[in-house]
Each structure stands twice: as C-alpha cells, then as structure tokens.
Design a binder for this molecule. Sequence first.
Ligand SMILES: [Zn+2]
Ligand SMILES: [Zn+2]
Length: 278
Amino acid sequence: MIAFICQTCGVQHAPVPDHPDTPPQHCPICEDERQYVGHDGQRWTTTEELLAGGRHNEVTEVETGLTTINTVPSFAIGQQAHLVRTPVGNLLWESISLCDPATIDRIRERGGIDAIAISHPHFYSAMVEWSHAFGGVPIWLHAADREWVMRPDPAIRYWEGETADPLPGSGLLLIRVGGHFLGSTALYWPDGANGRGVLFSGDMPQVAQDRRWVSFLYSYPNMIPLSAAEVRRIADTLAAYRFDRIYGSWTGRIVSSDGSAVVARSADRYVEHVNRET
Ligand SMILES: [Zn+2]
Ligand SMILES: [Zn+2]
C-alpha cells in the first residue's frame, strides 16, 4: 500500500484500498481556489522517489531552542518545519513531505518529537509519517479544517475553539487566526527570541518580501484578498500577544524584531488600501 504524495502541494494521501499501487485521481487541496493543479496536470510521487531523485533534508539551528528542517532541492510549495525545544518537550511546528531515516536520527539527537501542530492544510504534507516515526505522537489540527485531511489517522487530535495548549507546561499556545482557512492557526512561543516572544504565523499573516511588513490573503498563489473587516479581526486577535520575531511559512520569511507592531501597522496599511475609493 503506497501513500502517494501530491507533487504540487506536497500533501500525502491515504492509499486507495482497492488500488494500493495506483495514485488517487484528484488532489482536493490543489483543486481548491486557494491552490492550483500543477501546470502539467496532477502528478504524484512517493518518499522513495524523492530520495532516489537526490532530495534530502537540511537541519539547521536558527536560535536557542529552535531548529528548521528544509527539503533540498525545494519540493512542492517549499514547506519548512520548525522543531521548538522546551524544558518539557519538543513540538514539531508544520510538517514537510520528505520523512526519511537520516532526518529522524537528526531529530532524535535533539530529543525527538512529543507533539506536532500544523497551521493549515497546505502544510499537512507527510504529517502522519512524522507522527508514526516518533511513536504516534499527537498531531494537533483545528477541527474546522477536518475536511482537508487527506490521510486520516488516529494520531490526529482535532481541537476546537480559539486556543489550545499542545504541550502543557511549555508555554506554547496554538491560536486560531482564521482568514486563509477557517481553522488557520498560529503558534505563540513566549520564551522564544530570548524571552521577547516569537509568533510562527503559518500563512496568516504571511511575512512579505519587505520583511518590515506582513500581509493577509485568502489565496497567496492566486492573489485573492480578504475583507478589511476580516483583516481587522485577525490583527485584533494577535494584539493580545507580545512577540518580537515572526517566522513565516517559508525559508527566510522572518520579521526579526518589533513583530507585534509590524502586524498592527500592516493591518492598518491593508485596510487603508482596500477602503480607498479610487
Ligand atoms: Zn495537491
Ligand atoms: Zn496556505
């Protein structure tokens, strides 16, 4: 039974019971208006093919207690994962499609994974493989996005409401921000950036190319905006937390300081633009 991986969004799908060696027909995540089917049509791959093609993961320390995991050469939409290490355990924030023994060893050297949390379906990737590699640790997903889970598994823990505590005693907090997906989630790490606070924003908000700013879109690849009211709501939700640094979804998308103020002034700029009459 092969769990195929969509080449465009990187999400792994459950094997098809009657056709264990045949990929699915469709990827609903890519067919959704927030994503896109690859320009050459729907294509699939496997973990074995990714490795045979020369892909591997780079594991890099970025600040005290924080490691990034990136696939090289980049795969799908270039997802990266962060391993946040705390005195009470380690959380894998986001997931990537390539889960291989070499990377599992590198993570074990850093204390392993006690829980996984993911911002939204564009980062579900091979989350079930990562959980199984570390004994079936829980995967925290917001229940509002349940329909987008392509590979169901008993390890998935659907949470509801506005916040959740995936690793009690760690200080880490999952915050539902919505906007991009109903259940879009950010991770707050108050001890990060030497105690000045870190927000892992997922895609909501997304760190802009000018890293003094963030933005708020319903779809990034298809450039579909959110309403002013929705952006205001998201900024108000995040205003309850103090953070200096923001790590966005993709490599290098980092707001290095003054993160809380960056979100506030970016929301003001966005609202001012979409409310212009000419
Ligand atoms: Zn896909
Ligand atoms: Zn996304």
